[in-house]
Structures are given as structure tokens and as C-alpha cells.
Ligand binder design. Structure first.
Ligand code: NDP
Length: 251
């Protein structure tokens, strides 16, 4: 199957691959025969997670704050030395610092934008030149349904996620002629550490708005990322694909 999809042996870098959706994506890519560089905030923890997921020739862990432009540039160079050209980039690392707007602190605005939006930009910038030269590459940015619909209490997060969508579409227009595709995946409500602390009443209210009647799993998101990194999606670029159980129907 992975041979048919053209993924065998290709190298993907997944930010935030240590937990939650990113870990699910990493597992799916490894199962499809890809090699993966897993990036988390802490290199020791990332190396440990990578060792749990597979042999070092197939999956390696790295530590880096995605919002730190210089650190990202050095990390991408290091991954290149260790593992070769990065064929696919998945910008998945993300954080929330929620609260109603009138109480939103500027440091919470800054940090969420820095990690979610600048982090995405930093990795796109670091891999784009190589992909353009090779006339091949895949970039998938993990945005959110709230970047499409907005959400009370998440002004900073929704703005950062909407920003990723603008980045995705603009970059897709610039890179299409070089055979590099850039797409976004917009998950709905997925069971991870990020959503673990939601109060029970909020959780059940959200469930009522999901036609498929369940929260999503990281594997649900990973399946769509896999498609977008494969040969099966060769003519798909600049798109935002929702993985939300039907909670929002956009388009
Ligand atoms: P988790 O909180 O479970 O995991 C976040 C991941 O991002 C971790 O691997 C973490 O690394 C990494 N990370 C956070 N900050 C940084 C940083 N500064 N530098 C490097 N890595 C960082 O999140 P989810 O799996 O739930 O979310 C993943 C993505 O999906 C995010 O972009 C989120 O916005 C998006 N999303 C999630 C939804 C959900 O319902 N869960 C819904 C819609 C979108 P470490 O382990 O080192 O801390």
C-alpha cells in the first residue's frame, strides 16, 4: 500500500510529534514506511518518544522551540545531516492560552501567535528552498476548526489558526509551479492532553453538536495527513480539510 502511495523511505518532519495528534501522525507515517524526525520542546523527551516508536534509522527525536527562528534553522540543518532531505513537513506543534478577551494578557496573545503561527512560518521557511530546488515537497499545517469559525474565549488561538490558513493558501500559490503542495488540516474536537481538562458539561455540550456523535482520535487526523503527504493527493493544494465529525460544514 505505501509503495502505491509513494511514501516508502521518504522523510517527514513532524513538529509536536511527541504527544497527541502529532504522535498519532508520526505513528501513521511510520506504518506507511516513511522515516520521521519528531520534534518536541525537549530533546531528551523527544529522543525517548522516538525510541518507543521505532528504530533510530526510522524515527529520531529532536528538541526545539518552534517559535525560535534561529533554533529552527539549525535544527533543520541538523536533521538534513542526520537523515537527508526533508520531503514532507507537518507543522503540528501548538498551544492554547484561553480566556475571555477583556482579560486576555498580551503575553498570552504573543506566546500563542509565536508558537502556532510564527512556528509554522519558521519551519516552512527553513524547508522551502530545498523543496523548490528538488521540485518536490509536501507541507501540511495543522490548523483548527476554530480558525474557520471563531470561538469565544479563544481569540488569540483562533487568530493564530486563521493565520495558518492564510499562510497555507498563499504559500500554495507561490510553490505550486515547483511541484510543492501546501495544505491545512482543521481538526475539530480531538481527545488529547490539550482537550483533557475541559469540564464535563462543556464536553457533553460539544458532543451534541457533532453529527458523528463522538470526539475524534489522533488517528482520525493522521489518516488525512497521510493522504495529503501521499501521491494520492498530487493535485490537491491550498486546501483546508476539516476533520471534525461534521461539527462544522464549510465550503
Ligand atoms: P498536545 O497539547 O497534546 O501536544 C502539543 C504538542 O506540541 C506536543 O508534542 C508539544 O511538545 C508540542 N509543542 C508545544 N509547544 C511547542 C514549542 N514551542 N516547540 C515545539 N513543540 C511544541 O496538542 P494536540 O495534539 O491536541 O494538538 C496538536 C495540534 O492540533 C495543535 O496545533 C492544535 O492547535 C491542533 N488542534 C488540536 C485540537 C484538539 O482538539 N486537540 C483541535 C484542533 C486543532 P512537548 O511534548 O515537548 O511539550
Amino acid at each position: 500500500m505505501s509503495k502505491v502511495l509513494g511514501m516508502e523511505g521518504k522523510l517527514a518532519l513532524v513538529t509536536g510529534g511527541t504527544r497527541g495528534i502529532g504522535r498519532g501522525i508520526t505513528e501513521a507515517l511510520l506504518a506507511a514506511g516513511m522515516r520521521v524526525a519528531v520534534v518536541g520542546t525537549d530533546s531528551e523527551r523527544s529522543v525517548k518518544v522516538a525510541a518507543e516508536l521505532g528504530p533510530v534509522e526510522q524515527v529520531r527525536g529532536y528538541g526545539c522551540d518552534v517559535s525560535d527562528t534561529e533554533a529552527v534553522t539549525s535544527l533543520v540543518a541538523l536533521v538534513g545531516e542526520d537523515l537527508g532531505d526533508i520531503d514532507c513537513l507537518v507543522n503540528n506543534a501548538g498551544i492554547t492560552r484561553d480566556g475571555i478577551y477583556i482579560r486576555l494578557k498580551s503575553e498570552d496573545w504573543d506566546r500563542v501567535m509565536a508558537v502556532n503561527l510564527t512556528g509554522t512560518h519558521n519551519f516552512c521557511k527553513a524547508v522551502t528552498r530545498g523543496m523548490m530546488k528538488r521540485r518536490a515537497g509536501r507541507i501540511v499545517n495543522i490548523t483548527s476548526v476554530v480558525g474557520q469559525t471563531g470561538n469565544a474565549g479563544q481569540v488569540n488561538y483562533a487568530a493564530s489558526k486563521a493565520g495558518q490558513i492564510g499562510l497555507t493558501k498563499s504559500l500554495a500559490r507561490e510553490l505550486g509551479a515547483r511541484n510543492v503542495t501546501v495544505n491545512a488540516v482543521a481538526p475539530g474536537f480531538i481527545q488529547t492532553d490539550m482537550t483533557a481538562d475541559l469540564p464535563e458539561d462543556v464536553r457533553s455540550a460539544m458532543l451534541e453538536g457533532i453529527p458523528l456523535g463522538r470526539l475524534g482520535d489522533p488517528a482520525d487526523v493522521a489518516a488525512v495527513v497521510l493522504f495529503l503527504l501521499s501521491d494520492a493527493s498530487a493535485y490537491v493544494t491550498g486546501q483546508v480539510i476539516g476533520v471534525n465529525g461534521g461539527m462544522a460544514m464549510i465550503g
